[in-house]
Design a protein around this ligand. Structure first.
Ligand SMILES: Nc1ncnc2c1ncn2[C@@H]1O[C@H](COP(=O)(O)OP(=O)(O)O)[C@@H](O)[C@H]1O
Ligand SMILES: [Mg+2]
Length: 282
């Protein structure tokens, strides 16, 4: 078996995504990633997803002799920032919303292990962030940046990098996906192919494809505002203590985050009106 023959190898083809996690390699049809405090918890969540029939995520395969986690390699293309114009179509938002809806439905009801450990941002000294959307409902992915979404045939088909998985709400996860893929940024900071798109309309497209309830729709944009404000605060705090986050901050997050916060605040009435409009055809 291919995996056995490479089991003891520290070698492999380096996989560099957003440059957040060093030491990720591909070995045959597996990916090896350094073990972190939350890794075993994430693997138990991935095992639950597999068992419940959600197969559009890596299969957890335990740990190797180099104390790395082993995951199945998910075939497809992973876009890099800035998002290419090829992924600006509404069919991409629709497929992503369907994928996340299926992930939520598969995650619903899963109880994490009693000794679960979750990711925390550098600069937070291990303390979990207080929820900004009420009590958690489920464990889910929480980090739909482009480098964590696998495309096949031009649309999102699978999710990888569950490092930020943690108890949260469906609504928070939806807000996170919209932030990256609408995207909910100041037009000046959007990728070139996305500046002329109507963000307001795209929020409604995603909401309809997910099948958001009326209650979720009325709470979405206030949550988006709290989420973007928190992204700004936590990115700044992490930059003070962590070299990787410092580099990201200096390379543009320092300009982008305050602008995203201001843009979301000023567009909130239009965004709310679009998402609270009943889906066409109903
Ligand atoms: N299981 C996987 N299947 C396919 N590609 C993967 C897998 N895990 C990682 N990759 C590739 O490696 C890149 C970086 O891995 P990721 O787990 O997202 O780490 P980071 O924490 O750096 O974002 C991804 O963007 C993707 O291209
Ligand atoms: Mg990633």
């Amino acid at each position: 078996m291919r995996r056995e023959s490479t089991e003891n190898s520290a070698e492999g083809e380096p996989l560099v995504g957003d440059g957040v996690t060093p030491g990720i390699v591909r070995v045959g049809d597996t990916v090896r990633r350094p073990r972190r405090p939350f890794t075993a918890t994430v693997q138990s969540y991935l095992a639950h997803l597999q068992a419940s029939g959600f197969t559009d995520a890596p299969t957890p395969l335990g740990f190797d002799d180099h104390d790395r986690e082993v995951l199945s390699f998910v075939p497809g293309e992973v876009p890099r920032e800035p998002l290419p114009a090829a992924v600006r179509g509404p069919e991409v938002l629709v497929a992503l919303a369907h994928l996340i809806r299926r992930l939520h439905d598969a995650s619903w009801g899963w109880s994490p292990p009693a000794d679960a450990v979750w990711f925390s941002m550098p600069g937070r000294s291990g303390a979990p962030q207080p929820p900004i959307d009420g009590p958690p409902e489920l464990v889910t992915h929480r980090d739909y940046c482009p480098g964590n979404v696998v495309f096949r045939d031009g649309v999102p088909t699978a999710l990888i990098d569950f490092d930020l998985a943690a108890p949260t709400t469906r609504l928070y996860d939806i807000a996170n996906a919209m932030y990256w893929w609408v995207p909910l940024w100041d037009p000046r900071d959007r990728p070139a192919g996305f500046r002329d798109l109507d963000a307001v309309e795209r929020v409604a497209v995603f909401a309809d494809a997910y099948g958001m309830t009326g209650d979720q729709r009325s709470r979405l944009i206030p949550l988006v505002r709290r989420m973007v404000a928190r992204f700004h605060r936590t990115a700044r705090a992490a930059a003070e203590v962590d070299p990787v986050f410092r580099r990201l901050w200096d390379e543009g997050v320092n300009v982008r985050m305050p602008r995203a916060e201001a843009w979301v605040d000023s567009e909130a009435p239009r965004l709310s009106a679009a998402v609270e409009r009943p889906p066409s055809g109903s």
